[in-house]
Design a protein around this ligand. Structure first.
Ligand SMILES: *Cc1c(COP(=O)(O)O)cnc(C)c1O
Length: 489
């Protein structure tokens, strides 16, 4: 009979043999997989990863991990370990930002990065990233220049404005305006316009952080000119109008026309500012889209300043644009906050490229990806749906029934939520037994999101809808479907 001591001794010998089988860091550094990564990532990264993995291996030996011991004894252990380490490094250094298929049916989706850019903007961005550029340098005088100078004239030309400036996003534009003209003072705004946009932009909170005091005027559904007139006093700095982008009040409603607010503000020597949110530069009804106020019409109606986003219906990069009276824009430019909110060079060159496309309004609907998605002919969307229908059906055999059905897309980013666009969807209905359907639907949506290029659909009424309006690369979509991981038991 083997004594306890002998047993322990035998175990120790076996274990120390196993430790001896572990490759050294230097041996691992010579494995082909890791040599390749050495070139790409540098020695520090690869060495650390090897050491970390070998530490784990030692713990596996100490913990009597029998599976691991068996693998360690196999002749190709080093190679397998190298592949393992390489995969770990690749994963660690892969960006978590990835392209996705936006089949949500919301075209300008804030959580999915809003607008895609036209090629003109992409190549301008590449140039600005690769080269030094005259961002704030006046080539004629050799002196310091102004980054707005590259875009101001084009914006003014298209909107019919006296002056323009650009900042980081529209939230920043509103913040800059409020802080410049109403710091420590009061801003009048109709109660019906105290909105929250996209969860994080709430007009009352923006007012507060800009250091001004909000004075609500009128009621939620009706506000009259006399409500504004009686609220104005010496402490009033600004009258503000906010385009209630993402909701609509219907029925017994009344709001004050811009021209009347312009006149009232003028009488008191204060600016009247309109936050348009998703400002469009052209009348979108010409492309069959719902009517949205344009920036130029807002100026014509009497706004002294108009603020709007670069990446909503405009179809460009994230930016905030402020247009209007020269004297007011000059004051905005002098605010030190402007420096903190300034637009960066990559965004600026992209915005210039997009704004320039607007000089040819006839073709803007096809040249800007956001607008071409929004105006995509139904027949083309249906064609996309029929191209992928069978592939989806096969991938989901036994799990869900798959049909092609009409659906409605929305513009997104708070624009025109009540105006929907006719579209076509692949509709997946889980076949699970009653009581298990909700879980099956969640699993289905999750499996689509787990694909190499995640597919983001929309769950509605117990079904998963894949709206084909924004589907372009249908063969890429089909190819990866084969790897969808679904539990078919
Ligand atoms: C979207 C929106 C904003 C915020 O614009 P961002 O570009 O997202 O910063 C502000 N005001 C209105 C009315 C909006 O619709």
């Amino acid at each position: 009979m083997e004594g306890v001591r002998a047993k322990v001794n035998r175990h120790m010998t076996v274990v120390s043999d196993l430790y001896k089988l572990l490759p050294s860091v230097d041996t691992m550094l010579q494995q082909a997989e890791l040599v390749r990564l050495l070139e790409k990532m540098g020695k520090a990264v690869v060495k650390t990863a090897i050491q970390t993995r070998l530490d784990i291996a030692r713990q596996q030996i100490a913990g009597d991990d029998e599976d691991f011991a068996a693998r360690l004894r196999s002749p190709n252990f080093d190679k397998c370990l190298a592949a393992d380490i390489a995969a770990g490094i690749e994963q660690e250094f892969t960006s978590t930002l990835r392209p996705v298929f936006n089949l949500t049916g919301t075209v300008i989706h804030t959580n999915l990065g809003r607008s895609r850019f036209p090629p003109e903007a992409v190549s301008a961005m590449e140039m600005a990233a690769n080269e030094c550029i005259n961002l704030e340098f006046d080539l004629a005088s050799g002196k310091r220049g102004d980054r707005d100078s590259h875009i101001e004239a084009a914006i003014c030309d298209i909107c019919g404005a006296e002056a323009a400036t650009v900042v980081n996003n529209n939230a920043a534009a509103v913040l800059l305006v409020l802080s410049t003209f109403a710091f420590g003072r009061e801003v009048l705004i109709s109660r019906g316009e105290l909105v929250e946009i996209g969860g994080s932009f709430r007009i009352p909170e923006v007012m507060q952080s800009a250091g001004c005091k909000l004075r609500e005027v009128g009621t939620t559904n009706r506000t009259h000119l006399k409500d504004f007139a009686s609220a104005i006093d010496d402490n009033t700095a600004l009258i503000m109008k906010v385009h209630t982008s993402n909701y609509e009040i219907r029925g017994f409603t009344e709001s004050v026309p811009e021209s009347a607010l312009h006149e009232l503000a003028g009488q008191h020597g204060i600016p009247f500012v309109s936050d348009l949110g998703s400002g469009t530069l052209v009348d979108l009804t010409r492309f069959g889209l719902p009517k949205e106020p344009t920036v130029s019409s807002e100026l014509l109606r009497g706004a002294d300043l108009v603020t709007f986003s670069g990446d909503k219906l405009l179809g460009g990069p994230q930016a905030g644009i402020i247009v209007g009276r020269r004297d007011l824009v000059d004051q905005l430019k002098k605010n030190p906050l402007k420096r903190a909110l300034r637009i960066d060079k990559i965004t600026l060159v992209a915005l210039v490229a997009v704004i320039n496309l607007y000089r040819d309004p006839e073709r803007i609907g096809t040249r800007l990806p956001a607008l071409s998605d929004l105006t995509r002919p139904l027949a083309e969307i249906e064609y996309m749906a029929t191209q992928v229908e069978e592939g989806v059906r096969q991938a989901l055999t036994g799990l869900a029934t798959v049909t092609v059905e009409p659906c409605k897309s929305q513009i997104g980013s708070g624009s025109l939520p009540t105006e929907l666009l006719d579209s076509m969807a692949i509709v997946c209905t889980p076949q699970a037994a009653k009581g298990k359907r909700d879980a099956a639907l969640v699993a289905l949506a999750k499996a689509f999101r787990a694909l190499p290029r995640p597919v983001i659909g929309r769950v509605h009424d117990g079904r998963l809808l894949l709206d084909c309006r924004c589907l372009r690369d249908y063969s890429g979509f089909l190819e990866q479907l084969q790897s969808i991981a679904l539990d078919k038991t």
